[in-house]
Design a protein around this ligand. Structure first.
Ligand SMILES: [Zn+2]
Length: 148
């Protein structure tokens, strides 16, 4: 793909990507780095983003965003660049969580003290991780700490 942008999950975002994608990937990337098994599941984890290709039946405002291992693409999904930064962060968090659960067999991010992963939600205008059973707000997306 000609316009594919690739940057390390742990590194600064590609300036070629729309601002909402840069911001969402930085926040979710920070939280991904707290996952001890990340390097085993996705060595040299990268974000990958590209404008929609003309043969895809989605609006012009969509980009394809995904995760890879180095240059190798692992998964991607469509993200509307007209979403707010908060909506984008929740969308990216949900897509990454779904992929890790469905294809890598990993629960991320683990809810402190529980056996389930947290859920990404918009609460009071912020993108946050909440406990699925209690609805309790645990952390802002992008501010997870390593849970030992
Ligand atoms: Zn919980």
């Amino acid at each position: 793909m000609a316009d594919l942008l690739v940057w390390l999950v742990a590194g600064p975002p590609s300036l070629g990507a729309p601002a909402t994608i840069q911001s969402a990937c930085s926040l979710v990337g920070h939280d991904l780095m707290t996952m001890a098994e990340l390097d085993a599941a996705l060595p040299d984890a990268t974000w990958q983003a590209a404008p929609r290709s003309t043969d895809e039946p989605v609006p012009d405002t969509f980009w394809t965003v995904g995760l890879g291992s180095g240059p190798e693409r692992r998964f991607s999904f469509g993200l509307n660049t007209e979403l707010s930064a908060v909506q984008s962060a929740v969308s990216v968090a949900n897509a990454v969580q779904d992929h890790l659960a469905g294809y890598e067999g990993m629960q991320w991010p683990e809810c402190p003290g529980h056996q389930h992963p947290m859920a990404a939600r918009i609460v009071d205008g912020s993108a946050v991780w909440v406990c699925r059973s209690e609805g309790r707000r645990i952390a802002e997306i992008g501010q997870l700490h390593t849970i030992a």
